[in-house]
Design a protein around this ligand. Structure first.
Ligand code: PNS
Length: 166
């Protein structure tokens, strides 16, 4: 059996329980999973710096006891990064049909750029199908409780940043 390494790329601003659910699923089917934060994301101003996000992901990996998962950052093309890591696959989560519309062209573009690299899609637990980093940030800013949707350490760090109602 080949040794399969996959990259789970994303913005992770911040890491959610949906991401963690997907990491757990991915880690079960590949030999090594690298959670990779895109450095040059074109998504406006992030809540957390790339370094803070990396720290949180590493903490979560440690806490969850994932032995075959690591975290890293990358710049530029995902296919180049995957190649540099010797990865055969990219892991992405599919929550709803709208994700498919966003993911399909990216997966096809990545295949065009590197036909050897496969994209694997996995579905998170249904309790996370509506959870996104964008919604988490929006709800938190308005004082909503997101403590069941992100790891406790993320809530702590969001509180430390301020912005939420008491
Ligand atoms: O969590 P996100 O923001 O949905 O993740 C998007 C990500 C990081 C997977 C995507 O933007 C990406 O792979 N960017 C790297 C640039 C790249 O390779 N572009 C060509 C493929 S469309």
């Amino acid at each position: 059996m080949p040794n399969v390494k996959a990259i789970y790329p994303g913005t992770f601003d911040p890491l959610t329980n949906g991401h963690l659910d997907l990491i757990a699923r991915g880690a079960k089917i590949v030999d090594h999973l690298v959670v990779a934060i895109l450095r040059n994301a074109d998504k406006g101003s992030p809540l957390f710096s790339v370094e803070e996000r990396l720290e949180m992901i590493r903490e979560a990996i440690e806490e969850q006891g994932f032995k075959n998962v690591s975290a890293d950052t990358f710049d530029g093309l995902l296919v180049e990064y995957a190649r540099s890591q010797g990865a055969q696959a990219v892991l992405r989560g599919l929550r709803a049909i709208t994700d498919y519309e966003y993911e399909f062209p990216m997966a096809m573009m990545n295949r065009k750029l590197d036909p050897q690299l496969e994209t694997l899609f996995m579905m998170p637990n249904e309790q996370y199908t509506y959870v996104s980093s964008r919604l988490i940030k929006g709800v938190f800013k308005l004082g909503g409780d997101v403590s069941e949707l992100v790891p406790p350490m993320v809530v702590r760090r969001m509180r430390a940043k301020g912005g939420a109602k008491p």
